[in-house]
Design a binder for this molecule. Sequence first.
Ligand code: NAP
Length: 259
Amino acid sequence: MDLGIKGKWAVVCAASKGLGYGCARSLAGEGANLVINARTDAALQEAARKIREETGVEVVAVATDITKEQGRSQVLAAAPQVDILVTNAGGPPPGDFRKFTRDDWIAALDGNMLTPIELIKATVDKMIERKFGRIVNITSSAVKAPIDILGLSNGARSGLTGFIAGLSRTTVSANVTINNLLPGRFLTDRLRSNFAVEAKNKGISVEDAAEAARRSIPAKRFGDEMEFGQYCAWLCSQQAGYVTGQNLLIDGGNYPGTF
Ligand code: NAP
């Protein structure tokens, strides 16, 4: 299927590895030019080089913190125009909510709620003018099925989800869709670090923590960043113009509900 996004410009945040990288690589595979971002320059440049080499699209790499206003301005300024926006940032740390400070909460809200909202605010009106826009927010399955030790994530991402539910209905008549993609367990560095915390808390090995998690997933495996990316690329396609305001799980069947 030709997704019809060849030559479009996509901004993919937090994309030197993991889920953001999977989205960037998949969009590039469909011919979209990219602005990608992460904080660590060397890893980001390497990701950009690899994508350019494999797909031949233009890739601009901007090493900066996307949760800071200056970082967002730098990233957006690097794109001739933004047709596709994939918002992403590192997740907040796990922990006991009794130990979270106000600063912890503000950082989580900044990173996982207000950063996507600011990025959307800066780009959505031009998308509406051009009658094409695709916005995908990488959130978490924790929005549907909260994970107790990820209280900061559950809270901040649910705030974003509520906001998007309203906004997405106001932009779709101009062919600008906004959806949230909810990863279950994908074997990235983020997941590996969660296993390390869990193993320490439970007094078990990291391997045992990972193996128990793997077995609990109906698919009996962790997700792969490229299968996440391919779903994202489809949501950014011309064909996906009638899908908006959705919270789409990609979790190997892990969420146990009927709906
Ligand atoms: P990952 O493999 O650790 O990759 C995170 C990426 O984000 C890296 O490129 C990192 O590069 C970049 N990054 C982190 N903080 C940033 C910032 N402030 N500004 C710019 N770039 C930043 O993580 P992942 O598994 O792909 O997770 C992506 C998101 O999905 C996270 O919010 C995570 O909580 C969420 N999620 C993941 C899973 C899963 O199973 N993997 C499940 C549910 C939710 P630098 O460190 O160099 O900046």
